[in-house]
Design a protein around this ligand. Structure first.
Ligand SMILES: Nc1ncnc2c1ncn2[C@@H]1O[C@H](COP(=O)(O)OP(=O)(O)OP(=O)(O)O)[C@@H](O)[C@H]1O
Length: 356
């Protein structure tokens, strides 16, 4: 006879590959129902964007077959409860992910947008802040250049900014509050205060992930944000050129400084190679090859993936519909892989003991 204990015993032999503990110890199994020869249970993953979903499901099926009987009919429901970063800064936001680059123009906003939408596509509740005071490009990438977020008065006499909702995520850009024709005269503290308002004074609701597109380089905003709001981690975007890599090293160094101490979730290499649309098999490594990967190895941080230079990426971004929204575009898959790896790294960091 199949019992709940037997099912739990079988599943206690399935290890969560990232967290290196079994699913039962991690409290990832719920709702076991046994009806004769039919077993149903739910696996609670740490993120809906878990890249190991299929692997874990297969391992569960194999464990039941091996430890109970191959004849058992198994139904596995996969769901998720997103884990929360340590020192959660805003009670309704589980994880803040900053996206940074040493240099401007390497595709930081493109990567931020596609990661945010990728996580949302997987079912997560996602917000996106465009904190790039020097060139806020998220409004263009989401086709909401003219949006004017409402400020709603609260009973306490404050105002709450309502994020704009587009493609299933909530977004706010510093660009919504500035005149695009005017250069931004803000200097450090003023700009930092404006960005802080996007965190504090906005009505984000409950979010699993808040992705923040930082200005390029290292500066006041980075330091203020990292010190005011502990973040789950930083995604570093670089291109393969030597000059970009040199600045990327500085950026990584800044996040690793004791006073800042932001975990590096990994490096994304953008514009890794050029691929013409009509010859998708041809890859031209015009800026050099393997730089992002070797940088990740040098700093002992994950390499989150390479994104080629493809016309459809810039067309989609300029057209206000990031490429990940196109289901049949291979670049959509490339960005989804990056988004999944980011979510995976957040979950790994969240599971570490507080001192690590
Ligand atoms: N992989 C890619 N293939 C083709 N075009 C790309 C790719 N990545 C980014 N682009 C294009 O390059 C331009 C700059 O990208 P993006 O705005 O994302 O860079 P950024 O690093 O955020 O820039 P900034 O420093 O101004 O904030 C955009 O027009 C974008 O569409």
């Amino acid at each position: 006879m199949i019992t709940k204990e037997k099912v739990l015993h079988a599943l206690s032999h399935v290890e969560e590959p990232d967290l290196k503990k079994d699913l039962v110890t991690l409290n990832m199994i719920e709702d076991i129902v046994i009806e004769g020869n039919h077993v149903t249970f739910t696996v609670i993953l740490t993120t809906p964007a878990c890249p190991l979903k299929d692997l874990i499901e297969n391992a569960c099926r194999n464990a039941i077959a091996h430890f109970i009987s191959p004849d058992v009919k198994v139904d596995v429901k996969m769901t998720s409860r997103v884990t929360t970063q340590k020192n959660q800064p805003l009670h309704n936001i589980s994880n803040i992910i900053v996206v940074a680059s040493g240099k401007g123009g390497v595709g930081k906003s493109t990567v931020s947008s596609n990661i945010a939408l990728g996580l949302a596509k997987k079912g997560a509740k996602v917000g996106l802040i465009d904190a790039d005071i020097y060139g806020p490009s998220i409004p263009i990438m989401f086709g909401v250049e003219d949006a004017k977020p409402e400020a709603i008065p609260t009973p306490e006499g404050k105002t709450r900014i309502q994020p704009i909702e587009k493609y299933g995520i909530k977004l706010l850009s510093i660009g919504f509050f500035t005149d695009p024709e005017q250069p931004i005269p803000w200097r450090g503290p003023m700009a930092s205060n404006a960005v802080k308002q996007l965190f504090n004074d906005a009505d984000w609701g409950d979010l699993d992930y808040l992705v923040v597109d930082l200005p390029p380089g290292t500066g006041d905003i980075h330091i203020t944000l990292a010190q005011t709001y502990p973040v789950a981690g930083a995604v570093i975007v670089t291109t393969p050129q030597k000059v970009a890599m040199a600045d990327t090293k500085k950026g990584i160094g800044m996040f690793m400084m004791n006073a800042i101490n932001v975990p590096i979730l990994g490096i994304v290499e953008n514009m890794s190679y050029f691929t013409p649309a009509e010859l998708p098999e041809n890859k031209y490594y015009i800026f050099g090859k393997g730089g992002g990967k070797s940088l990740a190895e040098k700093f002992d941080v994950p390499f989150l993936g390479e994104i080629p230079m493809v016309q459809s990426i810039s067309e989609a971004g300029d057209g206000g519909e990031p490429v990940i929204l196109q289901d049949n575009n291979p670049m959509s898959v490339a960005f989804m892989n990056v988004a999944e790896r980011v979510a995976q790294q957040v979950a790994i960091h969240n599971a570490k003991p507080a001192s690590v």
